[in-house]
Design a protein around this ligand. Structure first.
Ligand code: ADP
Ligand code: MG
Length: 147
């Protein structure tokens, strides 16, 4: 998929946010400034979260309350060292878990998750969704059907 500007990326995030259910996990990949946190802001809106989403780069984890709890993680600073956080607390916390740089977690990743790679283009972004497991496949299908 492609988004032409920040507003479109936010809108896509919001649309995915509407589709998400308890225990869904999303991994966000893409260089610094690609739009991982921006996408999460849209996603939070789709989860009816009213609080302002701030980057978890320095805090590693931020939690929000909405239609479902949102656990927003950025594991870049801990270099994906899952032992330094209680990952299960979030993955099995009854909410939605979004992990920026989540691929760094390697084998500590759950079996089932949706991966989104964001690539910078001149003004817009190229988005590639990759399904890991059947739930993620279903989410991609629902997202495409909604276009
Ligand atoms: P990351 O979390 O991947 O490091 P952020 O979402 O924090 O990235 O930052 C993305 C930055 O790029 C924001 O400052 C945003 O305003 C800017 N930006 C410019 N154009 C776009 C676009 N088309 N889509 C998303 N973000 C954009
Ligand atoms: Mg970020």
């Amino acid at each position: 998929m492609h988004t032409k500007n920040e507003e479109e990326l936010l809108a896509l995030g919001e649309r995915l946010g509407h589709l998400l259910q308890k225990d869904d996990v999303l991994i966000l990949t893409g260089e610094l400034g690609a739009g991982k946190t921006t996408f999460t802001k849209g996603l939070a809106k789709g989860l009816d979260i009213r609080q302002m989403i701030k980057s978890p780069t320095y805090t590693i984890v931020r939690e929000y309350e909405g239609r479902l709890p949102l656990y927003h993680l950025d594991v870049y600073r801990i270099e994906g060292d899952a032992d330094s956080i209680d990952l299960d607390e979030f993955l099995f916390g009854g909410g939605v878990t979004v992990i920026e740089w989540g691929h760094l977690l390697g084998e500590d990743l759950p079996d089932s998750y949706l991966e989104l790679e964001i690539l910078k283009e001149a003004d817009g972004r190229c988005l590639q969704f990759i399904a890991h497991g059947s739930r993620a496949e279903q989410l991609i299908k629902e997202l495409q059907d909604g276009v």
